[in-house]
Each structure stands twice: as C-alpha cells, then as structure tokens.
Design a protein around this ligand. Structure first.
Ligand code: PDD
Length: 278
C-alpha cells in the first residue's frame, strides 16, 4: 500500500522514521482517524478541524493549512487499496536530541498517513451488539486532545479483550467518561444522555453527529455528569466511533442491557446513519 511520509508518497515498507522521533521517544504527537466510504471521506471538515485543535493544544506548528490536509487525505483515500477505508494520520513534534522540553529552535514535524481497510459491522454483528465492562479511569486530564500517548487506552482495551468483551465503559471518580476508543451514550426513558464535552473525554466526530440525529428525530439530548448507578439502570447503552459507527452495548457487566437486544433508539440512530451514508 501507498503511504504518505513528510511530503512523499511511498510503499509502506519504505516509510522509515528516526528512532529519535519524539513520537517514538515521548509519545509527543497527535492523530486522526478519518473514515471513507466508496473512497469518499465522511465528515472530512470536522476531522480536519479537530486535528488542527489537537495540534494547537500541544503547540505543534506544521505550517500547513486546512486545504493541505484536505488534499492529503483525499489523495490517500483515492489511492487506497480498499473502497471503504479509513485514514490514520499522525503528526509528531519531529526528530531531535532527547530532551523533554520542545526543541528550540523547532524542528520539522513528522507527518505520516496511511489508509487501512474499514471493516464495517455485519448485519449479524449489528443485531447482536457488543459486550462491555465498567473500568476505573487511569488516564491523564487532557483526554480532549487526540494524543498518540495512548497507554491508558491500551491498558483499558486489553482489560476488555482479556475478559472476553469488546469495550470498556470508563469512569473517573464515579462519572462516565468514554470507552477505550469510543464515545458512550446512555438511553433512559427516551432521552439520550451524553457525557459532558470537556477535558475528560475526546469529543468524537460522531458526538456532533448523534446530537444532529437526535434533533432531526426529536429525541431529547442531554449533556450531563452521568453516575455509575445510572449506567447500570440504562434502557440502552450505545457506543460510537469512526470505525464502529454506532453500535448497541447489549451486555454490560455480564448483565443484559434492557431486553439484551439493540433497542428502539439504537435502531433510529442506525437507520439515520445509513441514510446519511447512502
Ligand atoms: N478512536 N474517544 C476515544 C478515546 C477514541 O479513541 C475515539 C475514536 C472516540 C470517538 O471519536 P470519533 O467519533 O471521532 O471516531 C472517542 C479512533 C477510532 C481510534 O483511535 O482508532
């Protein structure tokens, strides 16, 4: 496959980065995951805006404008080996002698991007939903930045896998935050409850999408601090991310959520998502 590295398009096997790259040494970088359907990017502007916000928050200066990112992502999606694919894009602070402080003067950031196959959930997987377990937070307090430093998320996801489930539902001091690599939604008595968009979660591009769908469908949408006990009593639990779109959590802490099958609000949101993609 063809990937992008620092201004060049080249085969994956030829894309090399120095061991002194600050991404490798410090996890000093940010990333994006942009899905594309039939080689058309989905919500490209929103993803680029979030990339620019992440870069700004960690003071990585690329000198690239939005048009640059748009062209890069669109080109890679066009050249992808897969019709449905997603772009993984990573920007680090670049290659420099090891020192925690930023290199002064700044060095050129390392910009890397590749496409991967987007394996959409099958109809059967949609009907079954996923299993999840609650998990106490172990992450830092800048979860709003799409940082490549993902050790907390990696350990959380591995906990899920080791326990035979697909995702964790994380809590910080008893308040719902998000999954290891997804946003989590709680449905109770016809209302969609969303964790507040603050430093405790990554605001998914699907966060705004679900909010739009809720307005369209006349479903009340409430941002709140959601207690662990409230999640246990949910009628429906949902998970969203670029790669999984929207999926129902049908088993939570080994117990069925609601009737143990995807519920009515899931079906409405899922149908609206399909209509937008059609
Ligand atoms: N992850 N929260 C976290 C911690 C995430 O890693 C993700 C996505 C989301 C959902 O964001 P979005 O709707 O923009 O995909 C929320 C991507 C898919 C990943 O790391 O692979």
């Amino acid at each position: 496959i063809t990937v992008y590295l620092n201004g060049e398009y080249l085969p994956l096997s030829q894309a090399k980065v120095s061991v002194l790259d600050r991404g490798f040494i410090f996890g000093d970088g940010v990333y994006e995951v942009v899905p594309a359907y039939q080689r058309k990017p989905f919500r490209l502007k929103e993803h680029i805006a979030r990339l620019v916000r992440s870069l700004d928050k960690v003071s990585i200066q690329t000198g690239k404008d939005e048009a640059f990112w748009e062209t890069l992502l669109t080109d890679l999606i066009q050249q992808s080996d897969w019709e449905d694919n997603y772009v993984y894009l990573q920007v680090t602070r670049g290659v420099a002698k090891r020192d925690h402080a930023f290199p002064n003067p700044p060095v050129a950031p390392t910009i890397f991007a590749m496409t991967c196959p987007l394996k959409r959930l099958t109809e059967q997987e949609r009907q079954e939903g996923v299993k999840a377990l609650s998990y106490p937070e172990m992450r830092w307090l800048h979860c709003d930045i799409k940082s490549i430093s993902l050790l907390g998320n990696v350990l959380a996801k591995q906990y899920a896998v080791a326990h035979g489930v697909q995702e964790v539902v994380q809590f910080r001091e008893g308040i719902l935050t998000e999954g290891a690599s997804s946003n989590i939604w709680v449905i109770k008595e016809g209302v969609i409850y969303a964790p507040k968009r603050d430093n405790r979660i990554l605001e998914g591009i699907r966060y705004g999408l679900i909010e739009e769908f809720a307005t369209q469908l006349n479903i009340p949408f409430v941002e709140a601090d959601i207690a662990q006990s409230f999640v246990e009593e949910a009628d429906e639990l949902l998970q969203t991310s670029a790669t999984r779109e929207v999926v129902a959590i049908t088993t939570y802490n080994h117990k069925p959520v609601g009737k143990g099958v995807p519920g009515p609000i899931f079906h409405q949101l899922r149908q609206t998502y399909d209509e937008v993609l059609a």
